[in-house]
Design a protein around this ligand. Structure first.
Ligand SMILES: C[S@@+](CC[C@H](N)C(=O)[O-])C[C@H]1O[C@@H](n2cnc3c(N)ncnc32)[C@H](O)[C@@H]1O
Length: 237
């Protein structure tokens, strides 16, 4: 598994996807700066610091939890990366001895948790790290089942010169395999897709309530055709 992580980490920041576009990152960071206020932020699955680093550059004290050591090694090699405290561990169980005004989990990473129990545990662990009135933010795609003809499993999500991506849905188990084909070969990642309403219930189990749901980082309204959502749940305080 660590080998697989190492391969992923070495090429993670080479992606040409829009999530690596500096304008998209700036919009993301703007929202997170507002939500953190004068408090500290904790990024679950901080990875190579795509968001954590620019957020720290904006003056927010950022901490991270991350499963993959090779991803954190990439973070450490970037300017400012050594100054961000990162704990290697699972975001569903790892506990820091600190509380935050903001815990956030972006780039569909709630779906990396492939069981409902693990996703609930992630919400519970987020709540555990929040100050009263603190918020948990999740950015995740809306399952694209409206694009799936009855009985079919495959939805292409990106067809470009250097990358072809196809999502494979199992509507019985909420399983999702993302297949990627690049010049380096083929890879498939297992996920569990999850609906906004199911996430709201997970938040309630963890003692939080929905505060905002947008369809992007410009805080556009979430609609019937939104392909993703940025949702914010708040602890009572
Ligand atoms: C798509 S990357 C996102 C990284 C970073 N948050 C970003 O926005 O660029 C997903 C990350 O989640 C990490 N990850 C997956 N499952 C995890 C878990 N259970 N606990 C902590 N990190 C996890 C992976 O190692 C990887 O770094």
């Amino acid at each position: 598994m660590q080998d697989w992580f190492a391969k992923q980490a070495a090429h993670y920041d080479e992606s040409e996807g829009f999530m690596f576009d500096p304008a998209e990152i700036a919009k993301t960071v703007d929202v997170l700066v507002d939500l953190a206020g004068t408090g500290k932020a904790l990024e679950f699955a901080i990875g190579t610091g795509r968001i954590g680093l620019p957020l720290a550059e904006r003056g927010v004290e950022v901490h991270g939890i991350e499963l993959s050591e090779p991803m954190v090694e990439q973070l450490r090699q970037k300017a400012g990366g050594a100054a961000i405290p990162v704990t290697i561990g699972d975001m569903t169980t790892t506990q820091l001895d600190a509380t935050f005004s903001l815990v956030y989990l972006v780039f569909n990473t709630i779906n990396n948790l492939t069981t409902q129990d693990a996703q609930v545990a992630c919400f519970e662990n987020a709540a555990r790290h929040l100050e009263p009135g603190g918020v948990f933010l999740v950015e995740v795609g809306v399952p694209q089942l409206q694009r799936l003809p009855v009985g079919e499993r495959f939805v292409p999500f990106h067809v470009g010169e250097n990358h072809v991506g196809i999502d494979e849905y199992d509507v019985v188990t909420q399983g999702l395999w993302s297949h990627h084909v690049t010049a380096r070969g083929k890879a498939a990642m297992p996920f569990r897709y999850v609906w906004p309403a199911e996430l709201d219930l997970m938040a309630r189990i963890a003692g939080m309530e929905l505060r905002d749901r947008w369809s992007d980082w410009e805080r556009s309204p979430f609609t019937a055709t939104s392909e993703k959502h940025v949702s914010v749940w708040q602890t009572s305080g």
